[in-house]
Design a protein. Structure first.
Length: 353
């Protein structure tokens, strides 16, 4: 476990890094239920939150935990939960409600193998769950995907900021590999301004008119107006918050696309391809929503082929195909669960392409 420190490099596990970053971001309430491979987040919070006089509850279920977060966020509090895969599936109804209520929930999802109970090995099989959603209706979650333990810190900070800036549930989508691996990280100060929530939070109506937060809209026309407003917000998020990393794409004939921890092997493979004189580039979406469609569309004007490398049966590839819009071929190199495709396998496939 890591102490509450900033501006000093320490060696720590991904789950602990996420928990410490949430503390530094000013999280006031944590509600959770243990499930591998993210249980250390709740373990860390059980001691540190009480030590700091903040709210911590080990809930009786994942359903209870996410609804406690929903209630806390309605008061304007910084509140979060963390879970994994099959347990996040149980939270989908509450996430739909939270988008309708425009509540700044932060959910850390540390993916494991599936479907069903699956196993505890790392996976990226919840890409669809996070970006397409399992709740009802038209809505979007902001989704951030770290590839290193340092990014677990940096993107946890950003998750709290974006959730409150846009009053929209935000997911930090990691995987079992990132949650369990140890790397040196620096916990800088929380770098974002605090967001004023005094205009909407439920804090008691003394001295002001009543406020109501609810998702029910009995008239179809009213619901249409609300959805238009919601999707204008998503458009603003896409214009201002889309983030990605690219490397050696200027003259690339082939670009390898990946997200999360799998990107580490992919980036190394691209470097090896370049050493052999192959014009191969690297592209990593950091925001999975908003997805960097515009930049991929631009690359498709000069790139001949895209190769998506994923630890699932092929999920992100669908968004890449939509972005490229048939301007270039898009292929898949994948493994269903566990360790990502090896550097050698990625290099071999890139050479064939």
């Amino acid at each position: 476990m890591v102490e509450c420190i900033t501006n000093k490099k320490v060696l720590t596990k991904g789950n602990y890094a996420i928990a410490q970053a949430a503390i530094n971001a000013g999280v006031e309430c944590y509600f959770g239920y243990p499930i591998t491979p993210q249980s250390e987040i709740g373990e860390f919070m059980s001691g540190k939150m009480q030590e700091l006089g903040r709210a911590y509850v080990s809930a009786e279920s994942e359903l209870a935990a996410i609804n406690m977060v929903l209630g806390a966020c309605s008061t304007g509090a910084k509140a979060m939960t963390s879970s994994s895969s099959c347990a996040v599936a149980l939270m989908q109804e509450a996430l739909s409600y939270a988008t309708a209520d425009e509540l700044p929930i932060v959910l850390v999802s540390v993916m494991r193998g599936g479907p069903g109970l699956g196993n505890i090995y790392p996976s990226q099989g919840d890409y669809f769950q996070a970006t397409k959603g399992g709740g009802n209706g038209d809505y979007k979650l902001i989704v951030l995907a770290p590839s290193t333990v340092q990014e677990c810190v940096d993107l946890t900070y950003k998750a709290f900021y974006l959730a409150h800036k846009y009053r929209n549930p935000t997911v930090l989508l990691a995987d079992g590999l990132l949650g369990q691996m140890m790397e040196p990280v620096t916990f800088g100060e929380y770098p974002y301004p605090e967001i004023d929530n005094s205009g909407w939070a439920l804090t008691g109506a003394k001295g002001r008119s009543n406020r109501v937060i609810r998702s029910y809209a009995p008239l179809a026309d009213n619901q249409c107006v609300f959805l238009e407003k919601l999707f204008e917000k998503y458009k603003t998020i896409e214009e201002n918050e889309t983030e990605w990393e690219e490397f050696e794409t200027e003259d690339a004939d082939v670009v390898l696309v990946s997200f999360g921890s799998t990107s580490r092997n992919v980036k190394t493979a691209v470097k090896q391809c370049r050493e052999q004189g192959l014009k191969v580039g690297f592209f990593r979406p950091i925001t999975l929503f908003p997805f960097p469609n515009k930049r991929l569309a631009e690359l498709s004007q000069s790139v001949r082929k895209f190769l998506c490398v994923e630890v699932n049966m092929g999920q992100m590839i669908n968004d890449v195909k939509l972005a490229v819009n048939s301007k270039a071929d898009v292929e898949l190199l994948n493994k269903g669960v566990g360790a990502p495709p090896s550097v050698d396998d990625i290099v071999e496939r890139a050479m064939r392409l």
